[in-house]
Design a protein around this ligand. Structure first.
Ligand SMILES: [Zn+2]
Length: 254
């Protein structure tokens, strides 16, 4: 599967303006905005991992939806709030306020066009708080618009700490874009023990920059990754997302 290829009939930007204008039942159609990042993912993965994973999960979910569920993927946002990774070359980060403004302004355009259900499908942990603020602020500004801040990793697929560019993300990349994985460069790296005692739970939460946790850029066990595991994660996440999109379509406010 090509991770970037949303089926064409599910792609908002492949439509013409007149087709958008004349779409039936725009108030119940579900628009999905994928939000990724362009940021370091260790020595073995490209910068596009979060964007690729978001698009792949969305494409797989879209394939499970019947024609009775009108849902369209918006053009993916390939920049996010990634300042925790700025010590690693290649990372490109938006300020929180910039990302918030982009989400608010795109939502305003969609609202103007008559859409009323917007799912913000985030694939990068560093975007989470901004996406949740955006969802609330969009709804407050446009009360008829319902906004759903979804996070691909909100249902954990494992018990241990596998925070960044580790087993999960590497396995997914092996499943969806194997040519992009430099498997020989994969490493296993865990944060220093002194930090681990308070992380990620049981201690006082603290704001970290990835240089506090890792030298390689990996936080987890990238060497344990496999394509088979990745296919399992993809299947799990896609089924869950398809269910969420169906529920958003069926959602009856008030
Ligand atoms: Zn990532």
């Amino acid at each position: 599967m090509n991770a970037w290829s949303i089926p064409r009939h599910r792609s908002f930007a492949h439509l013409t303006w007149a087709e958008i204008r004349d779409m039936p039942d725009k108030a119940h159609a579900v628009l999905v905005q994928p939000i990724g990042s362009t940021e370091q993912h260790g020595p073995h993965l490209p910068l596009l991992v979060d964007s690729a994973i978001g698009s792949a999960v969305l494409a797989a979910a879209m394939e499970q939806l019947g024609d009775d569920v009108p849902a369209l993927a918006l053009p993916p946002l390939h920049y996010g709030k990634s300042n925790e990774h700025l010590d690693f070359a290649g990372t490109i980060s938006l300020e929180a306020g910039t990302l918030l403004a982009v989400l608010m302004e795109t939502a305003a355009s969609l609202h103007r066009a008559g859409f009323r259900r917007l799912a913000l499908l985030n694939a990068h942990g560093g975007n989470r708080q901004v996406v949740e603020i955006a969802a609330r602020d969009i709804h407050v500004r446009h009360p008829e618009m319902w906004v759903f801040p979804l996070f691909i990793w909100s249902a954990p697929v494992r018990a241990g700490l596998d925070l960044h560019a580790g087993d999960d993300e590497t396995s997914l990349m092996l499943a969806i874009m194997p040519d992009a994985v430099r498997a020989d460069a994969a490493v296993t790296e865990h944060p220093p023990a002194t930090l681990m005692e308070g992380f990620p739970d049981g201690g006082i939460p603290f704001a970290w920059s990835s240089r506090d946790l890792t030298v390689s850029g990996v936080v987890g066990d990238a060497r344990a990754a496999s394509a088979a595991k990745g296919r399992g994660i993809l299947e799990f996440q896609a089924a869950r997302l398809a269910q969420e999109i169906r529920a958003i379509h069926a959602f009856k406010p008030g």
